[in-house]
Structures are given as C-alpha cells and as structure tokens.
Design a protein around this ligand. Structure first.
Ligand code: ADP
Ligand code: MG
Length: 262
C-alpha cells in the first residue's frame, strides 16, 4: 500500500536518512523505533510526500507519491505530526470536523455535509470523546488532546495513517488506548499505519513490523520478534536490554538493565 524503497534524504548538505526501506500493507501497523535524531520523523515526512528523497522513492499504491496531487495524497494519508498548535479556541467537534475537509464529500468551500457530521460523531464515540465534543482543544488534558488529534485523523477516513509519537507525554493507560485504537482501525477497516514511538513494548504488542533506526540508517526491518532482540537493541540504544516473553501475550517484552555500581 505504501512503501519506501532505499530512500536517502538530505537537509541541505546533511544526510538525515540513508538508504532506508520499509513497507506497510492494508491491515498492518509498522512501528519505527530509534534514538532521538535517528531520522524517524524524516522518514515519516517522506512517506507523506512532504520531503522528496535525493535517491530511492516512495510508492503509494504502486505509483511514485510525487505523481499525486497534495489533495489526492491527503485523501489517502492522514498524518498526526509530532507537535501541534492549539492556541486557537476551537471545540473538539470543530477540530475533528476539520479532518473532513481533506475528504471527497466536503465541498471546496468547506461546508460540512450531514455525512461529515455523522462520521465526526462516530469517531468521537470511538475515541470516547462524546462528552468533550463541545470543550475547547486548548482546555483539554494532554491525553484528551492526543485522543482528539487521533480522532481528527480517523475522521478523514484515509486508508493510511502516519503517526509521529502519538503517545508522547501520556500515562500508561492512555498510551495503550491510542495504540489499541489504531490497531482496531487496522483490523476492522484495513487501515495501514506507520507509528513512530519510543515505547518498544507497545510496538511489540501492537505492530506487525518494526523498523529499527540509528544515525539515519535502518538497522533492521522485520517482525517484532526478529528486530527486538537484545543484541540489536543494545547496539542501537547503547544500554543493556533484557528481552523475554510477555507472560500474557507472548510478544517480546523489553526491559532496560541499568548496571548498578557498588
Ligand atoms: P527523529 O525523529 O528520529 O528524532 P529527525 O528525523 O527529526 O529524527 O531528524 C533526523 C536528523 O535530521 C537530525 O540530525 C536532525 O537534526 C535533522 N533534521 C531534522 N529536521 C531538519 C530540518 N528541518 N532541517 C535540517 N535538519 C533537520
Ligand atoms: Mg521525531
């Protein structure tokens, strides 16, 4: 559905991403993991056609992404960026309805149809935001706001979701809830998702494939059980890591081991 083939990306003379490949199919989640500055957000921007690789290419439905117009890309791909700007006092419902402007049913002048309002209310209940729909975005807690941002992306009905650290700053339960919502969309609606996250355990639990990055390079891409090994994680994060099986789900469970000095 969406793939990057050996992409290299530069910001001016600096190479931020070197020869990285990944793919995500309908109904699958690919997690991107790696230290700060590894190039994760840069890969996500290229997957959305926002940055053009200096070599290699990004294919959406088998065609180079730069052959599509921005409007067509935004019908296919919804992006949740790393930081948002919520100084403007819009309500949760208005904010979520904003996600409909990218889609086909909303007219060029931006008046929403009955269908748009129906979709917005469906995603508000999916994300358990019904009761907050009249509240202002800048007056929500971090967890509520993250859910609203995801709700807006879901309201687009895009078939590809690109999420850049959607669970940053959230507590344990809310982190898992966000990933569970994405997983549900993949399972029920065949959505393809690429999620950048620092939570390796959530990646192990919710993703089909993992891309592990360091210094702009792909260290490994494959099943969570192939990529989330003590050797690869130690190499990338420079900390000793214990990997065992989660006692309930059986997926890899990652625990950093901090050497205690006596
Ligand atoms: P990550 O998301 O893994 O933390 P990024 O993709 O944001 O990493 O950044 C990868 C590298 O590219 C870093 O060295 C960063 O400083 C650099 N970089 C990111 N965005 C820009 C930009 N707009 N201009 C120049 N350099 C950038
Ligand atoms: Mg980033």
């Amino acid at each position: 559905m969406l793939q990057a083939d050996n992409i290299t990306i530069r910001y001016g003379p600096r190479q931020a991403v070197s020869d990285v490949s990944l793919s995500v199919n309908a109904g699958e989640i690919t997690a991107i993991i790696g230290p700060n500055g590894a190039g994760k957000s840069t890969v996500l921007r290229a997957l959305n056609g926002g940055l053009r690789p200096s070599s290699g290419q990004v294919l959406l439905e088998g065609l180079p992404i730069h052959q599509y117009s921005r409007r067509i890309i935004s019908r296919h791909i919804a992006v949740v960026a790393q930081e948002g700007d919520f100084r403007f006092p819009v309500t949760v419902l208005e904010f979520v309805l904003g996600g409909r402007y990218a889609s086909a049913s909303t007219g060029a002048w931006g008046w929403e149809t009955d269908h748009d309002i129906k979709v917005a209310h469906e995603v508000l209940s999916e994300t358990e935001l019904n009761e907050l729909s009249g509240r202002l975005m800048n007056e929500l807690s971090g967890g509520e706001r993250q859910r609203a941002i995801l709700a807006r992306a879901l309201a687009t009905e895009a078939t590809v979701l690109l999420l850049d650290e959607p669970t940053a700053n959230l507590d344990l339960a809310h982190q898992a809830a966000i990933l569970a919502l994405v997983r549900r969309r993949s399972d029920l609606n065949n959505v393809a998702a690429v999620v950048v996250t620092h939570d390796i355990n959530l990646a192990a639990e919710f993703s089909n494939h993992v891309l592990l990055m360091k210094n702009g390079q792909a260290v490994a891409f494959g099943l969570p059980s192939e990529v989330l090994t003590p050797e690869l994680l130690r190499d990338v994060f420079d900390v000793r890591i214990l990997v065992d099986a989660h006692p309930i789900t059986g997926v890899p469970r990652i625990t950093p081991v901090h050497e205690v000095r006596q």
